[in-house]
Design a binder for this molecule. Structure first.
Ligand code: SAM
Length: 255
């Protein structure tokens, strides 16, 4: 059975049926989220607006649940944010997060619906969100220091750009890569031959993150949600070599 970390009510045979819903989350499919908790109310608000497909809901919640404790910082940048659901979850759940920048040069229609849905159940989200409708390349000279960079399925080398921006910021990082260009990506041909290109490229990214001063951990979201499910999580190493403590747990609205 697929174990959900945040949407725990789906950890039942009945709840697992949500995984079989391939389309947009809508009125009928919102029955999988009957609870009166924040997650239930938010997902039903998304469903009322037919904001995003079910897959995007499950993927974003699970990515957030897998990395939130380690990476949360006062400022969060969701790069190549698309619908912005991951950034919005930081604004919604994490009290210690004061500012969430959704960066996307061509934000889809769904982003407006996601923001409306979030504001309808958690009005505090509105004050935290900053929309940056431009290319991530334009952040080059104005990355906030010690920020948290998150990015889900930023295509190809965009993930590498996100890593570089996070290293420049000196904060934390969590990326879930998707497509990887064999031609453009850097990786060892020997490693690629034996482990496959995708894995070899993520290994190279890991070394890059470590060389940039991060303590790196690999995490994942359930493969049944997306086969592109590897998550690279990085946080600054302390000078004594140990990983840096993140924001204390009591600063979360919900754990
Ligand atoms: C595959 S979508 C992922 C969206 C979202 N993170 C998700 O999980 O669904 C990639 C997004 O990156 C955006 N994008 C592509 N190149 C970009 C760039 N150079 N700067 C900012 N956004 C970019 C696209 O507009 C698109 O919304």
């Amino acid at each position: 059975m697929t174990r959900f970390r945040l949407l725990t009510h789906l950890n039942t045979p009945q709840g697992q049926k949500a995984l079989g819903h391939t389309g947009y989350i809508d009125g009928p499919s919102s029955r999988y989220f009957p609870g009166d908790d924040l997650a239930g109310r938010f997902v039903r608000a998304l469903a009322e607006r037919r904001a995003v497909p079910m897959k995007e809901v499950l993927e974003s919640f699970e990515f957030f649940a897998a990395v939130r404790r380690e990476v949360r910082r006062e400022t969060v940048l969701d790069l190549c944010a698309g619908h912005g659901l991951v950034g919005v979850l930081f604004a919604l759940y994490e009290r210690s997060v004061e500012r969430v920048c959704l960066v996307d040069w061509r934000p889809p229609e769904s982003r407006k619906k996601v923001l409306e849905a979030a504001a309808s159940v958690a009005p505090w989200v509105r004050d935290k969100i900053e929309l940056m409708d431009h290319k991530i390349e334009q952040l080059d000279t104005r990355m906030p220091k010690q920020a948290c960079v998150v990015s889900v399925h930023a295509c190809g080398q965009r993930t590498d750009q996100c890593i570089e921006l996070a290293l420049e910021s000196g904060g934390t990082l969590a990326v879930m890569p998707c497509c990887r260009s064999k031609r453009k990506s850097i990786c060892s041909p020997a490693v690629a031959l034996h482990l496959g290109h995708d894995l070899a490229i993520d290994i190279d990214r890991t070394y890059r993150m470590e060389a940039g001063g991060l303590h790196v951990r690999w995490a994942s979201v359930p493969e049944v949600i997306t086969p592109q499910n590897r998550v690279l999580v990085g946080k600054p190493r302390l000078t004594d070599g140990g990983p840096q403590p993140s924001v204390p747990a009591q600063q979360s609205a919900l754990e």
